[in-house]
Design a protein around this ligand. Structure first.
Ligand code: ATP
Ligand code: MG
Length: 395
């Protein structure tokens, strides 16, 4: 972490040497003052983007039109953004255009919350909006007129709750009022940007507080998928995927069909579907633990065991009384095979043995062999398996 600040400092120094101002801004300053880990360091400068690209060896232009260049310092990425002012907002999402400006203060004014609108240069803190005081008071307060700020960009409403959860802060009254007032504008914000903030929110410290506020000021009414949700608060940090899985499983299984509107990645969708299926299976008790351990990813099962522990409403079938991480690992270790490829027979052996062309029957036979091997009623040996097939399979 110290290394990260040293590298940021070298970027600032080089800009200074060429006559430019440069500061560390945003989350890094906030976390530094709070004495909590810094995720990444953003730098703001009056140097224009094309000049930044010229000055540094390794750069990646991530949004030249918005003034952002990534500078790689010893392979560590730093976002360097030119002081800017946001132009008119179109439709309450991103500004239509940005204007590069000369003063740090103007750049800080466009930022969302006072605790995110501070800058540091050579141990001097630039704090025009009482960010330090609000850290002291643990408050999220909009920079400037909250009404105007949430009207400009409604995503800030969700960001306020994200910081409430992650930093364990409260939201200042006027700020909260403006959030509630402008909630309907969330329907203009892209679901992808909302989900990014919700992912961070659910993993924060005060997820219960933030979700309570989310539902109490009726934000869910203006977000796809959440529209159909009711107040659903969890009191432990949890991944967004797990949060949605639990909601669907505990409240409304039919929402599984509407998952697409969240525009999640295929992996996220698959995890949610698997989680919901697994939770249903675990409550019915119709599959053995060896079966589950073989067919589902180990991390997913352990993760599920963990959340089942946290959420009282989940009732498991008696068959899984000991559904916990060590049991899952023990059962997995005891399996003869960890994948189908480890089975001592395969499809072509079966076709040869039965002197029959391939077809759906191959898969059916393989699955039944696999199942017997997983449950240790059959040894994973070619001869044993053939003998078992001759005895049990009639084709
Ligand atoms: P984290 O530690 O999670 O990275 P962060 O404060 O750095 O938190 P980011 O989302 O990375 O949050 O944004 C970086 C900075 O950019 C913020 O601190 C804030 O100053 C500014 N910012 C980001 N999004 C907005 C927005 N929608 N409106 C105004 N300012 C914003
Ligand atoms: Mg950041």
């Amino acid at each position: 972490k110290k290394l990260m600040f040293q590298r940021a400092q070298s970027i600032i120094n080089l800009l200074n040497q060429h006559g430019y101002e440069a500061y560390i801004v945003g989350g890094a300053v906030r976390n530094l003052l709070m004495n909590i880990p810094v995720n990444d360091i953003d730098i703001t400068t009056d140097c224009m983007p094309d000049k930044i690209v010229e000055l540094f060896d390794k750069t990646i232009p991530v949004g030249i039109e918005h003034g952002t260049v990534i500078v790689l310092q010893d392979d560590m990425p730093f976002e360097v953004t030119t002081f800017r002012e946001d132009g008119e907002y179109e439709d309450h999402r991103r500004p239509e255009c940005v204007t590069f400006v000369k003063s740090l203060k103007t750049d800080l004014e466009r930022r969302d919350f006072t605790v995110n609108a501070m800058a540091i240069q050579h141990n001097t803190l630039y704090d025009y909006f009482n960010g330090e005081m609000h850290i002291e008071k643990r408050l999220i307060k909009a920079v400037g007129d909250p009404d105007k700020r949430f009207y400009e960009d409604a995503l800030r409403i969700i960001r306020a709750l994200r910081f409430m959860s992650v930093l364990n802060f409260s939201i200042e009254d006027e700020t909260l009022k403006a959030m509630e007032k402008h909630a309907p504008l969330l329907s203009h914000v892209s679901i992808e940007r909302i989900i990014i903030e919700l992912c961070k929110l659910t993993e924060g410290i005060n997820v219960a507080g933030a979700l309570n506020t989310f539902f109490s000021i009726q934000l869910h009414k203006h977000i796809p998928f959440f529209k159909e949700m009711e107040n659903f608060v969890v009191d432990q940090p949890i991944s967004f995927v797990d949060y949605i899985s639990l909601y669907i499983y505990l409240i409304d299984l039919s929402l599984l069909n509407k998952l697409n509107v969240l525009k999640l990645s295929n992996n996220q969708k698959k995890s949610i579907k698997d989680n919901v299926t697994l939770l249903s299976t675990l409550s019915r008790g119709d599959k053995s633990l060896p079966y589950l351990v073989y067919h589902y990813r180990q991390e997913q099962l352990i993760n599920l065991a963990h959340i089942i522990n946290l959420i009282e409403e989940i009732e498991l079938s008696d068959a899984y009384r000991e559904f916990n991480a060590s049991e899952i690992l023990r059962v997995k270790d005891a399996l003869q095979i960890q994948s189908r490829a480890m089975l001592a027979i395969n499809g072509s052996m079966l076709m040869k043995h039965f002197n029959k062309k391939g077809g759906p029957w191959v898969k059916t036979v393989i699955e039944s062999v696999e199942n017997a091997v997983i449950h240790n009623t059959l040894k994973n040996e070619k001869n044993a398996i053939i003998e078992w097939i001759d005895k049990h399979v009639k084709i």
